[in-house]
Design a protein around this ligand. Structure first.
Ligand code: PLP
Length: 347
């Protein structure tokens, strides 16, 4: 049986679950400052958020050391990924991604006429940068690099990725999706934004949906040279789709270090607990650099998901390398305990 799409899965999942571990959300967010900002912004939310957009751009540009014309905001990063897919895919040619990886960008490029070249991961489930580079040809419009990669939660070596970006961006546009970079020990050291600053043909995507806990609030952005952003900006109303309360919340919580550290620490405790449960039950897993973990199943993936759902636990299944896998997001400790109870019943 094929894997359900996000929309199909969303329609199936009940609103109330004991453990909501299927969408890589952060249940420890949004921060107290973000929640207060939403309350404060309600009365003035009849206004279009002109000033908010400017203020958030300024905050991000100051932290990253970038010009404001190098940031394009969106209601989450999805609309920007899709816009890039449409922009780079509509003149034909091909786009390259890892397999499995996050599908939004290459899928939207394929929908408007590009060929999607899927490059299998390495034996240790990382993006195969050498094979992705070798797949680039004269027709390649864009290479999509998801780091950390969803669904495997693996990262590629920063120096290798930097060298990859430097070489490949001379032949085509490189899109680096850093949705989960905030979960790494030193995001500023791992980011490819310095390539953008050097004028390389790179787009970096970020989102508040993950560590900031904004999946339902919807704020994200891409960073690139102004000419690239102008090209993508033609096919999206990106910034103007974000609500004023969401922007207010992003401004209030951007780089809120105590909140971020606390969420990281809780995520890490839940992840260690999950590793322990999997080991006890005799399961392997791919060591995770983000807020989700992939592990091989010993039964049909669709049936596993169904049985877990019956027990109030939402997780996702995948198939690759001729194995059935479960991707479980890291939730609160009570959610991980609910997973453990259900898992022990059916594994
Ligand atoms: N990129 C990756 C790798 C993701 O996993 C996701 C969501 O799960 C997104 C982008 C899109 O997130 P959002 O539109 O909420 O920013």
């Amino acid at each position: 049986p094929r894997r359900l799409t996000d929309a199909e899965f969303g329609a199936l999942a009940p609103r109330e679950l004991k453990a909501r571990l299927f969408a890589n959300e952060n249940p420890f967010g949004p921060s107290a400052k973000a929640k207060q900002a939403i309350m404060d912004s309600i009365a003035s939310s009849y206004q279009y958020p002109f000033m908010h957009l400017k203020e958030l751009e300024e905050k991000i540009s100051a932290h990253e050391g970038l010009g404001k014309d190098m940031i394009l905001l969106g209601a989450g990063s999805s609309p920007l990924l899709t816009a890039a897919g449409v922009c780079f895919g509509s003149s034909g040619g091909n786009v390259i991604s890892g397999d499995p990886s996050y599908d939004d960008m290459p899928e939207s490029a394929e929908k408007v006429g590009a060929q999607w070249i899927k490059v299998p991961l390495t034996a240790d489930y990382k993006l195969d940068l050498d094979a992705m580079e070798a797949a680039v040809n004269a027709d390649t419009k864009l290479v999509y690099v998801c780091n950390p990669n969803n669904p495997t939660a693996t990262t590629v070596d920063t120096d290798r990725l930097r060298a990859f970006c430097e070489r490949v961006s001379q032949k085509t546009t490189v899109f680096v999706d850093e949705a989960y970079i905030d979960y790494l020990p030193d995001p500023l050291a791992a980011t490819m934004v310095d390539g953008v600053k050097k004028g390389q043909n790179i787009i970096v995507a970020r989102t508040f949906s993950k560590l900031y806990g904004f999946a339902g609030l919807r704020v994200g952005y891409i960073i690139a040279q102004p000419a690239l952003l102008e090209k993508i900006g033609k096919v999206t109303k990106g910034p103007w789709s974000i609500s004023a309360p969401a922007l207010g919340a992003a401004i209030a919580s951007y780089q809120d270090t105590p909140y971020l550290q606390d969420a990281l620490q809780k995520t890490s405790a839940s992840k260690e607990y999950l590793y322990k449960v999997l080991k006890e039950e005799g399961y392997e897993y791919i060591p995770s650099a983000a807020n989700f973990v992939m592990f091989p199943l010993k039964m049909d993936g669709a049936r596993f998901v169904e049985e877990m759902m019956k027990r109030g636990v939402g997780v996702r299944n995948w198939e690759f390398n001729e194995k059935e896998w479960c991707r479980i997001s890291i939730g609160r400790m009570d959610e991980m305990e609910a997973f453990a109870t259900a898992f022990k019943e059916i594994s």
